[in-house]
Write a protein that binds this ligand. Structure first.
Ligand SMILES: Cc1ncc(C[n+]2csc(CCOP(=O)(O)OP(=O)(O)O)c2C)c(N)n1
Ligand SMILES: [Mg+2]
Length: 595
């Protein structure tokens, strides 16, 4: 750190009379904030004005939803807070979708929401809405600064709670409370050691594992959030237990490790499903076992009926919520993994006796799945075959394989919500944590691109790649402006199949191909990218996919964002919500035929 920056990052000592804006900004500094995403607004301009002097970069974006997604990506890469701010009223309501997404990504985002002035509250003035209820179900904590004298205290508490509870928080500040001078002391951040949970439950878990004949580990998001990647590997090696990634956490265990089986869940690894199906004891390490992530796949209800389940999570509220547990550990995934490994080292393990046979079975499942993927070039259903047969474009699976082959080391990849993005789950493999950024369970189209911009800002030396469908791109491409203006280099793999494919698949499967609102007529997205001051290339041949990705990643070093517009056939993989859709039944005569 250079000298002026060091001075900027020195927090005011002791108790002093300073302005409320200064107290706010000093608290951000104390909490380690160096980057804030948002759109400029008069509501907080008094504080914004002094961000540079505090060593805080303000990243102006195109849409506040983008700002909050960027904060989410930033937080998920660093494990530190991601921070976003906006104008009271519309600037704040624009955050909502992205904060809901951050909630289900367990991401410590701090949404700073200046609100209408306290002296006009309720009068229906300019840009007024009740900002607390809107976020009440999508934040872990809401701090409302009810008196400017409490600015530092409540700002600090919001930041503390975001990491304590691992989720977004709201800091609501009436805009007039940025003014005035009061006595403040800047609180030191509170960070707790979580620990491994109770020793009785750890002993019971170790005992169950020692007796297990076929233990299998599910490495969840908690492994990543607790920085427990290596501890997870050590536990797996102590048992020689195969490891499945939980849904959309393909970066929770190294893919190249001999015990790795790949992800469970939608378009996950068939090998992982076959292997966990044989388990007699499962350790769900840092996973809430979300219902969508454990649904039957490929027509296979793989969850073993008689296995004993040891669930470990730092959030007590998710323990036993979805799957009945036999042993329940309220603890930090890393600490629990270490505590279990230490116990197992002193015990005789039944699963060591049949190690060779177990691992051979697991390897066979992995080899079969790898071979199946290798030869799975196109979707086999009738509709997919018809639409693909007349097309010169790429089969999505073949294209995804080319991307997989060209994927650089240390890559960060975000995935959006869409059919091709979900099929990609089978082709995304990582060897280090904090590398995969799925849209998680809120499932909003438009997640991947802004999130990856936040990731890139937090980890500028890592290749940053967003997987986005053409429909979802329409929701999010405005942030190309941010990339061009701020010289942020990311790579967009834009899957152009000229349709909202994931929803169209439901029309095919349930609505007799009555297509409504799913076909897209697109402009040249590569051309639009260039018009925005970014790079744009259109690729419609498999052999060009890898070189295009490599060139685009290289351009990131110069702060250049590239949109690789990948032209795909309209074929579609398995649908998202087979579990939730029913064959339509019509009663009224006027709706006959709509069956
Ligand atoms: C904000 C939002 N709106 C609507 C949906 C419903 N939805 C889920 S997937 C999908 C289609 C995505 O299309 P596209 O991005 O083109 O990807 P594709 O399925 O074609 O690969 C839609 C509309 C959603 N998940 N999020
Ligand atoms: Mg599409």
């Amino acid at each position: 750190m250079n000298k002026p920056m060091e001075a900027a990052r020195m927090v005011m000592p002791g108790r002093q009379k300073i302005s409320a804006s200064e107290a706010f900004v000093e608290t951000l500094v104390a909490q380690g904030v160096t980057d804030v995403f948002g759109i400029v607004g008069s509501a907080y301009m008094d504080a914004l004005d002094i961000f540079p002097a505090a060593g805080i970069r303000f990243i102006p974006v195109a849409h506040e939803q983008g700002a909050a997604h960027m904060a989410d990506g930033y937080a998920r890469v660093t494990g530190r807070h991601g921070v976003c701010i906006g104008q009271n009223g519309p600037g704040i309501t624009n955050f909502v979708t992205a904060i809901a997404a951050a909630y289900w990504a367990h991401s410590p985002v701090v949404a700073i929401t200046p609100e209408t002035g306290s002296m006009t509250l309720g009068l229906g003035g300019f840009q007024e809405t009740d900002q607390l209820p809107i976020f009440s179900k999508i934040t872990k904590f809401q701090a409302h600064v009810n008196n400017p004298r409490r600015m530092a205290e409540l700002t600090s508490r919001a930041f503390d709670r975001a990491v304590l509870e691992m989720g977004p928080v709201q800091l609501n500040i009436p805009r007039d409370y940025f003014y005035g001078e009061y006595d403040y002391e800047i609180p030191a951040p509170i960070r707790v050691e979580r620990g491994a949970g109770g020793s009785k439950s750890l002993d019971a878990a170790a005992k169950a594992l020692a007796a297990a004949k076929f233990p299998v580990i599910i490495a969840g998001g908690g492994v990543i959030m607790s920085n427990g990647f290596d501890a997870g590997v050590a536990l797996a090696e102590a048992l020689d237990a195969p490891v499945c990634n939980s849904y959309l956490h393909n970066d929770s265990f190294p893919a190249r490790h001999r015990l790795a089986c790949g992800p469970l869940g939608y378009h996950g690894s068939k090998a992982a499903m076959q292997i966990i199906n044989q388990a007699d004891v499962i350790v769900a390490l840092g996973s809430r076992l979300g219902p969508f992530g454990v649904l039957p796949q490929y027509g296979f209800d793989y969850w073993p009926k008689n296995a004993r389940l040891i669930q470990v999570d730092a959030d007590a509220k998710v323990l036993g919520l979805v799957k009945k547990t036999d042993i329940t550990i309220w603890g930090d995934a890393r600490d629990v993994a270490e505590a279990l490994t230490a116990r197992l080292k002193t015990m005789t393990l039944a699963c060591h006796a049949n190690r060779a046979e177990r691992l051979a079975r697991a390897q066979a499942a992995k080899d079969t799945w790898a071979m199946e993927l290798q030869t799975w070039n196109a979707e086999a259903d009738q509709w997919s075959q018809e639409v693909a047969s007349g097309s010169n474009y790429m089969h999505p699976r073949q294209m995804l394989r080319e991307l997989e082959k060209a994927m650089p080391e240390h890559a960060m990849v975000s995935t959006d919500i869409g059919n091709i993005c979900q099929v990609a789950n089978s082709y995304l493999k990582f060897n280090e944590p904090r590398s995969m950024f799925g849209a998680m369970m809120f499932g909003n189209c438009g997640y991947a691109f802004p999130t990856m911009i936040g990731c890139k800002l937090a980890a500028p030396d890592r290749p940053a790649i967003a997987y986005v469908g053409d429909g979802a791109w329409g929701i999010s491409f405005n942030e190309l402006l941010t990339c061009a203006r701020e010289k942020i280099g990311v790579t967009v793999c834009l899957f152009n199949n000229e349709q909202w494919g994931a929803e169209k698949k439901n029309h095919v499967d349930f609505y007799s191909n009555r297509f409504l609102g799913v076909n897209l007529e697109n402009p040249s997205f590569a051309g639009i990218a260039r018009a925005f001051g970014c790079e744009g290339v259109r690729v419609d041949r498999l052999e060009d996919v890898g070189p295009a990705l490599r060139a685009a990643v290289k351009a990131q070093a110069e702060g250049k964002t590239t949109v690789i517009e990948l032209m795909c056939t309209r074929e579609l993989g398995d649908p998202f919500r087979r579990d939730a859709l029913q064959v339509p039944k019509r009663v009224l005569a006027k709706y006959k035929g709509y069956e």
